[in-house]
Every structure is written in structure tokens, then in C-alpha cells.
Design a binder for this molecule. Structure first.
Ligand SMILES: CCCCCCCCCCC/C=C/C(=O)SCCNC(=O)CCNC(=O)[C@H](O)C(C)(C)COP(=O)(O)OP(=O)(O)OC[C@H]1O[C@@H](n2cnc3c(N)ncnc32)[C@H](O)[C@@H]1OP(=O)(O)O
Ligand code: FAD
Length: 664
């Protein structure tokens, strides 16, 4: 039968050890064991079913999310899951909810911005979920411009309290997840005012709702901001609106790791940089990069399996039609996404290491790598989420008409994913941060301050401004050194050109605004170089398992050459490669697609996703697509009755021409 046979035969063709590839994808044997066990636990629990999600009303959907969150918490306690296992469980429940903000932002903010004392007071309550918290930064009037926030926190020396207030409509907190209906507490970002002087934005822990009856505390107005894009999707989350009318909190609820306000109302700065007030965003951006590989790989898994099951045209000698995965156009759209999923996985792994390293240095009062960490997390968050959002939509198209059905899993995945291009920093705004960092690095070249970390290559500015690509035949593009040099030269030349253009302006800020579109492209080039170089570094590690390294090398080359092909204009206009070398790269890309083709199904099997997590009829492990699609259609509530509701009021009068007289 179509599907079963196709996927079984595809699996038998694999030229590498899938089990070892699963370990590489998971990060370690231990992580694979945990994620495998927990994903099956979730898949086998009926409370975590998600197949009716897109058909529920918002209220039912939300209540069902609360039910799942409560059940998840119960299972975490009953099974005494470790922090790692609990995080995996929340991940596989796969439903955006207040828990994400509580564990993902509220707790990390207290850890990162609270003093030891504050951590001791608040963290045990939060860990036991005796309080539920969210992250209330964005306002109706300002999101990207954090320094433009209007909420005030005015110190009252008489009572030793802060008065939290929303002075304007635009100062209403707007968007925080978990705020609308659930959170009892929030970290609220507002302007610190002492003695009428504005000391800028700081974080404050504020109780929002009563722990007895969940009603908002006096002076607090709270609600949900309304339906968002798509059915089901992100509507499981209660993104909220919040206003304060002179709400008082004790002084010790200002997060005081960065600066402290004394009993006398004096502001004391610690030795840590003020930017640590933005620290949670760096942490979450790093998480979002790892998350991008999950969302993209999920879409790619669906599209790849379905492409092997789906047959159209081209009768072969045995009388069966061609699998659409065999069309070169399908491969040239699908395989770069497969390669990107792996590339994002490895750059995410590296970013996690970078973040841990920065944190360790911060503990030891070494703040030197903070600007690099900010630039990398901001840039890679932007690059990977934009590519993933576009990639999911491409996977939908790769699945033809059936990809547009909710039962394919792709519409909901897309709807849930796309806000990642906006939250935790609009992707363009973040690339502009990277551009500032690059311009600063270029301007310091020759000053004796050596570039560090991901900008080390800029230290070779003279070589990179002049080098010529050595490629003479297609296979030369398989050499990591050749690829690296082309990407480094392109990035270097784009940054230098931007810096030179900027230098022509008397006013640097005006120049930055004028050139911002070019600056964004330079930032993208730098970030793509990071992804390519981290993939290449990964391949230099010991990679066990028959054929595993070979497959990863092919994927790495596909990622790099696909990016080169997509941004050919950059590579040609900066003179990094010639048109002839560009066409050799293209030829090499085609040959790499043929190399990956027999392994495509095994490469997506290596993600080790359960059918529950994929929630896609098209991406089923067994390939049994058509019977299940057919079965799924009948489950739609519209098919509950053969004759639809409304027939008598609206269809019958048309058919019986009873409306005609009324019109005449
Ligand atoms: C288990 C966890 C799972 C997580 C999975 C995902 C769950 C996600 C759920 C989604 C929830 C969404 C939450 C949110 O969206 S919260 C709100 C996020 N908001 C933003 O991201 C706002 C974006 N804006 C900004 O970050 C800043 O305002 C911006 C950087 C754009 C500008 O700030 P500002 O005007 O103050 O700064 P300058 O540009 O002048 O820069 C001054 C210097 O500071 C440096 N800088 C800036 N940001 C940082 C940072 N974060 N860390 C370190 N350093 C920073 C900047 O480079 C400048 O440095 P120099 O002076 O040296 O040039
Ligand atoms: C689903 C979702 C969940 C969220 N959860 C939270 C949360 O839990 N807590 C929280 O505090 N916030 C949350 N947010 C808010 C989110 O962080 C902001 O929406 C985000 O930071 C973007 O800011 P903005 O809405 O002000 O966009 P704007 O800055 O208004 O962007 C509008 C347009 O202007 C452009 N633009 C803005 N500034 C510049 C510039 N300097 N140069 C060039 N172009 C520019 C942008 O590129 C964009 O195209 C959430 C948002 C969403 C969608």
C-alpha cells in the first residue's frame, strides 16, 4: 500500500547509522534517552491530546490549556521529574501557555537581576508554583524602544515603598504572556523615579492577583488582549493588558542586582553593567535559537515524509508514478531546509555554550564578552526565526493542497511560530544592534584592540579585502577552508563598505538611519558566517557512527552553498567570487542534493519525533497518509450532520427561489 511501503523502502536505503545520528541531534546519549522517554510519556497520555485544538472556541481552548498545564504539573510532581525532564515534558506538551513565561522568563529574571536575598525569598515560591509569574515589559506605545517605556515606579521615602503607576493609555502593559488570566505576579519594567528624577528603566516584582480568590489587587486592571492569528495556535496563551493606579509595593521588590535604592532614597550602582537589566532577553533569545531548529525540523520532517509518499506524473516502467521527492525542484526547496534545521541545531548548541560562558564570567566580574553575547544572541535569533518562519511556509507549499489542511499540522505550526520574528525583539531591530556592533568593531581595527570571538576574522581585514576565491572546479566548493574564506570575505567587505559609507556623514546617527537597509544586510552576512563556521567546527569533533559524518558534511555544504546561491548578489558585487565560480557552486549543490536524496527519510527520522509531537497526518511515521486524511475529514464538526445547520434559513430559500420576490 502507498505510504507504508514507500517509507519502509526509503528507510532501507539509508547509508548511515540513524541511531547515532539521533544522538548527534539530541546533543548526547543522555539527552536522547530523556527526550525519548518523556516524549512517549506525553504521547501516551490522553489529557495531552491536541487533535481537536483548532476546532475549539477560545474559551474552551484556553480552559483545555489550563487543564493540560495542571496535569503536566501533577505528573511532574508525581513522577518526581528533574528540572531537565520537566522542561522536556512542557516542550512535548507543545501548547504555548503561562508556564512558558513563568519558567522561561519570570524565574530567569529573578535569578539574573535579583540579589541573593531576593532570590532566596522569591525563587522557592516560584519553583513550587505557589506564585505564578510573567514578564511585563512591553507597553501599548513601546515595545522595541525599551528606554521609551512610560510606566513609573516612584520611590516614596515616607513609607519605604515604590508607587507603580500607568500615567497614560500608551503606558498600559500590553502583550505579556500569562498576564491576561493566570499570573499572580509579574516582573514589571518601569521608570525609576526618585525625588522627581528619572533614573531609567528597572524591573520590579509586583503582585497582581489575590492568592485567595485570584481577583486583581486594588488599583490593578487586567485582561486578555484578544484573539491572535490562526485558529488554535497562540490563542492558548493569555497575552494580557495591565494598568496600575498608584499601586504600592515594598522597596525590596525592586530587582536590585544592577542598582539599589537605599532606605534614604539614594541610588547606588553595582559594578555590573546597566545592560544586565536587559539580561533576560539575552537568555531567552539564546533559547529561541535552539527552538528554531525544533520548529523547522518538525515542518521539514512532515514535508519530507509526505514528499516520499506523494506521487504525481511520470509513470515509471513498473507503472507507478514518481515520488514528488524525486523532482529536482522539490529537492532544491526541501533539502536546504533540512540542512538549515541541522545548522540551526548546532549553532543553537554553540550559543548555549556561549551564554553559559558569559554567565560564568559575569559571576567573576568579567563583563568583557557581554557585547559579543548580545550581538550573537540578537543576530542569530533574528536569522534563525526569520528562516524558520519562511521555511515552515515553504514546507506547507511543498505539501501541495493537503499542506493547507489543519490536519497536516503545518498551518498551526506556522501560526504559532511566526510571532517569534517579533517577540524578544523585532528581527530588524535586532539586526540593527548587530550592525552597530560590527561598525564599532571595524572602527576599532588598527587601534590595537583585537577583535574577539565571532569577529576574530576581522583581524585579517587586509587579507580578506583582497583575497580571490580559489575554486576552479565544482568539488573545490566542498573544502571547508574555501567556503569559510568566501563567507568571511563577503561579511568583511560588506561591513567595511558600510563603515566607509557611514564615515561620509557628519552626523553618525543620521548616517546610520540612512544606511540602515545596507547595515541590516551586513549583519545578516555576519550571522550567516557564524552559522556556517559553527557547522564546520561541529564536523571537526569526533563523530561516531557509520556514515554519520559524511551525511553531516553534505548538509553543511548544502547549507553554505544554498546561502551563497540565495545571496549571490552579495558575493558577486563584493568580488568575493566570480560568475563562473557561482555556477560551479550551483553544480555542486545539485550533486549534493543527489547525495542526500536516498538518506532524506532517515535524516528526518533522526529527529526522533513522535506522531503526537508532529501532529500531522502527512508526516506520520508509518506513511499511512490517505486513509488517515480521509478519516480525519469526517471528524470535523461540520460533518456531524449531513444537512448543515442553516439549511432551512439560508440554502432552501435560494433553491426554492423564495428570495426572488423580495428582490424584485
Ligand atoms: C524555557 C524557555 C523557553 C523559551 C522559549 C521561548 C518562549 C518565548 C515566549 C515569548 C515571550 C516573549 C517575550 C517578550 O517579547 S519580552 C519583551 C522583549 N522585548 C524586546 O526584545 C525589546 C527589544 N528592544 C531592545 O532589546 C532594546 O531596547 C534595544 C537593544 C533595541 C535598544 O535599547 P537601548 O536604546 O537601550 O540601547 P542602545 O541601542 O542605545 O544600546 C546601548 C548599549 O547597550 C547594548 N545592549 C543593548 N541591549 C543589550 C542586551 N540585551 N545585553 C547587553 N547589551 C545590550 C548595546 O549594544 C549598546 O552597547 P554600546 O553602548 O556598547 O554600543
Ligand atoms: C506573541 C507575542 C508574545 C509576546 N510576549 C511578550 C511578553 O511576554 N512580555 C513582553 O513584555 N512583551 C511581549 N511581547 C511583545 C514583543 O516583545 C514586542 O511586540 C516586540 O519587542 C516588538 O516590539 P513592537 O511591538 O513595539 O514593534 P515596533 O517596534 O512597533 O515595530 C513595528 C515596525 O517598526 C520597525 N521598527 C521599529 N523600530 C525601528 C528602528 N529603530 N529602525 C528600523 N525599524 C524599526 C520594526 O522593524 C517593525 O517593522 C510579545 C509579542 C508577541 C507578538
Amino acid at each position: 500500500m502507498a505510504g507504508f511501503d514507500d517509507l519502509a523502502s526509503e528507510r532501507s536505503k539509508a547509508q548511515f547509522d540513524v541511531e547515532e545520528m539521533k544522538v548527534i541531534w539530541a546533543g548526547s546519549r543522555h539527552t536522547l534517552e530523556v527526550s525519548d522517554r518523556i516524549s512517549r510519556l506525553v504521547a501516551n497520555d490522553p489529557v495531552f491530546r491536541k487533535d481537536t485544538r483548532t476546532m475549539l472556541s477560545r474559551k474552551d481552548l484556553f480552559k483545555n490549556t489550563l487543564r493540560k498545564a495542571a496535569h503536566a504539573w501533577k505528573r511532574i510532581i508525581e513522577l518526581r521529574l528533574s528540572e531537565e525532564e520537566a522542561a522536556e515534558l512542557r516542550f512535548y506538551v507543545d501548547e504555548p501557555a503561562f508556564m512558558d513565561l513563568h519558567w522561561g522568563m519570570f524565574i530567569p529574571t529573578i535569578k539574573g537581576q535579583g540579589t541573593e536575598e531576593q532570590q532566596q525569598k522569591w525563587l522557592p515560591l516560584a519553583y513550587k508554583m505557589k506564585i505564578i509569574g510573567c514578564y511585563a515589559q512591553t507597553e501599548l506605545g513601546h515595545g522595541s524602544n525599551v528606554q521609551g517605556l512610560e510606566t513609573t515606579a516612584t520611590f516614596d521615602p515616607q513609607t519605604d515603598e515604590f508607587i507603580i503607576h500607568s500615567p497614560t493609555l500608551t503606558s498600559s502593559k500590553w502583550w505579556p504572556g500569562g498576564l491576561g488570566k493566570v499570573s499572580t505576579h509579574a516582573v514589571v519594567y518601569g521608570r525609576l523615579i526618585i525625588d522627581s528624577k528619572d533614573y531609567g528603566v528597572n524591573g520590579f516584582i509586583v503582585q497582581l492577583r489575590s492568592l485567595d480568590d485570584h481577583l486583581p489587587l486594588p488599583g490593578i486592571t487586567i485582561g486578555d488582549i484578544g484573539m491572535k492569528f490562526g485558529s488554535g495556535a497562540y490563542n492558548t496563551m493569555d497575552n494580557g493588558v495591565l494598568r496600575f493606579d498608584h499601586v504600592r509595593i515594598p522597596r525590596d521588590q525592586m530587582l536590585m542586582r544592577v542598582s539599589q535604592v537605599t532606605r534614604e532614597g539614594k541610588l547606588v550602582q553595582s559594578n555590573v553593567p546597566w545592560q544586565l537589566v536587559y539580561g533576560t532577553m539575552v537568555y531567552v533569545r539564546q533559547k529561541i535559537v535552539s527552538d528554531a531548529s525544533c520548529a523547522l525540523s518538525r515542518a521539514v520532517c512532515i514535508a519530507t515524509r509526505y514528499s516520499a509518499v506523494r506521487r504525481q506524473f511520470g509513470l515509471q516502467s513498473n507503472g507507478i508514478e514518481t515520488q514528488v521527492i524525486d523532482y529536482k525542484t522539490q529537492q532544491s526547496r526541501l533539502f536546504p531546509l533540512l540542512a538549515s534545521a541541522y545548522a540551526f541545531r548546532f549553532v543553537g548548541e554553540w550559543l548555549k555554550w556561549l551564554y553559559m560562558d558569559v554567565n560564568q564570567r559575569l559571576q567573576a566580574s568579567d563583563f568583557s564578552t557581554l557585547p559579543e553575547a548580545h550581538a550573537c544572541t540578537a543576530g542569530l535569533k533574528s536569522l534563525t526565526t526569520s528562516a524558520t518562519a519562511d521555511g515552515i511556509e515553504e514546507c506547507r507549499k511543498l505539501c501541495g493542497g493537503h499542506g493547507y489542511l489543519c490536519s497536516s499540522g503545518l498551518p498551526e505550526l506556522f501560526a504559532v511560530y511566526i510571532p517569534a520574528c517579533t517577540y524578544e525583539g523585532d528581527n530588524i531591530v535586532l539586526l540593527l544592534q548587530v550592525a552597530r556592533f560590527l561598525i564599532k568593531t571595524v572602527s576599532q581595527l588598527g587601534s590595537g584592540k583585537e577583535p574577539v570571538g565571532t569577529t576574530v576574522y576581522m583581524g585579517r581585514v587586509e587579507q580578506l579585502m583582497q583575497c580571490h576565491c580559489a575554486v576552479q572546479k565544482a568539488e573545490d566548493w566542498l573544502k571547508p577552508s574555501v567556503i569559510l574564506e568566501a563567507f568571511e570575505a563577503r561579511s568583511m567587505r560588506m561591513s567595511v563598505a558600510s563603515a566607509q559609507n557611514l564615515a561620509k556623514f557628519d552626523n553618525q546617527e543620521e548616517g546610520f538611519l540612512e544606511l540602515s537597509a545596507d547595515l541590516v544586510q551586513a549583519a545578516v552576512a555576519h550571522c550567516q558566517l557564524i552559522v556556517v563556521s559553527k557547522f564546520i567546527e561541529k564536523l571537526q569533533q569526533d563523530i561516531p557512527g557509520k556514515g554519520v559524518k559524511g551525511q553531516l558534511e553534505a548538509l553543511c555544504n548544502i547549507y553554505a552553498l544554498f546561502i551563497l546561491h540565495k545571496h549571490l548578489g552579495d558575493f558577486l558585487s563584493t568580488g568575493c567570487i566570480t560568475p563562473k565560480q557561482a555556477s560551479l557552486a550551483n553544480a555542486q549543490l545539485r550533486s549534493l542534493y543527489s547525495q542526500v536524496r536516498p538518506n532524506a527519510i532517515a535524516l528526518v527520522d533522526a529527529f526522533n519525533y513522535t506522531d503526537h509531537y508532529l501532529s500531522s497526518v502527512l508526516g506520520r511515521y508509518d506513511g499511512n497518509v490517505y486513509p488517515k486524511l480521509y478519516e480525519e475529514a469526517w471528524k470535523d464538526p461540520l460533518n456531524d450532520s449531513v444537512v448543515p445547520d442553516g439549511y432551512q434559513e439560508y440554502i432552501q430559500p435560494i433553491l426554492k427561489q423564495q428570495l426572488r420576490n423580495a428582490r424584485l
